[in-house]
Design a protein around this ligand. Sequence first.
Ligand code: NDP
Length: 328
Amino acid sequence: MIMTYRQLGGSGLKVSALSLGAWVTFGKQIGNPTARRLMHTAYDAGVNFFDNAEAYADGQAEIVMGQILRKAGWRRSSYLVSSKVFFGAEGDRPNEDGLSRKHVVEACHAALRRLQVDYLDLYFCHRPDPVVPIAETARAMHDLIVQGKVLYWGTSEWSAAQIAEAQAVCVRLGLHPPVMEQPQYNLFHRARVEKEYAPLYREFGLGTTIWSPLASGLLTGKYSRGIPKGSRLATPGLEWLRDIAAGPEAAQRLAAVAKLAEIAAELNTTLPRLGVAWCLKNPHVSTVILGASKVTQLQENLGALEVVDRLTPAMMSRLDRISQPVAD
Ligand code: NDP
């Protein structure tokens, strides 16, 4: 399996087609030795991007990742690490979350301390903040870039209109513009990446670092006979996620997963590899962020690189016919 690299949208940055994220797992669901093995397995396979956020395990995910990075001793130039600001980490007093200049700057400093690095390669606004002017957030991001604490800034789950407004503000004020967005994208969640953002790729060269490529595991087939012990949907605190496997639309989606399993068998591959490879077929996806609670899952999913070429236009049409009716 040979890693490939893609430009992050119109920027000069090269990001591995597959990357690794810390949500739910680092500092929470898995022990630190497993987190370490996951990062080493990824890095050894050519992954160069590790995704994190102030909110993941209330800052603990960044602490764990920082310790692993320090011990690994990898050249700083050989990997990218991100943080995201919005939800807060340590406290819940006013200004300890959101996208005000105060919190954007303080959250950056806190992430640098936790991750034990001098700069963040990518820094995302984790959600839009309706009470903060976009110009205030954009100028705070610009200043962090000028100070060398952040290299590229972007957004996560912003609407196309909000991203376009941020671009316009940056042009008007002469600020570094956002270069990437982090949206959810998988066979069951397509509209925003494929339709809503379409003008943004053309007009601004927007890059995307997409999340939940396997819909939190639903697309692996693991929920086809209930919720297994130890899986994400059985994890305390994540009850709100259970609807994807047990809610009103779940039956239709599980039926679609069964059809996808037949196609995976036809292609001589597995469901997780098919799901990840399908995301990689979209040229507007700069990197697919993988999540894994076990090294074997990560190894399995990295194998998706070998499946991409098997997804011919005819096969993509068949996958569309299964996914379109159940996707939002
Ligand atoms: P996925 O949709 O791929 O879900 C990953 C989970 O599915 C794993 O932790 C594991 O859970 C299960 N799984 C994965 N592969 C397999 C396999 N081969 N066999 C069986 N089970 C498998 O991705 P995530 O939802 O984890 O998202 C990836 C990353 O994206 C996150 O770590 C984070 O960095 C980012 N993200 C960003 C968000 C944002 O708002 N910007 C939101 C969410 C994620 P288990 O073993 O516990 O069942």
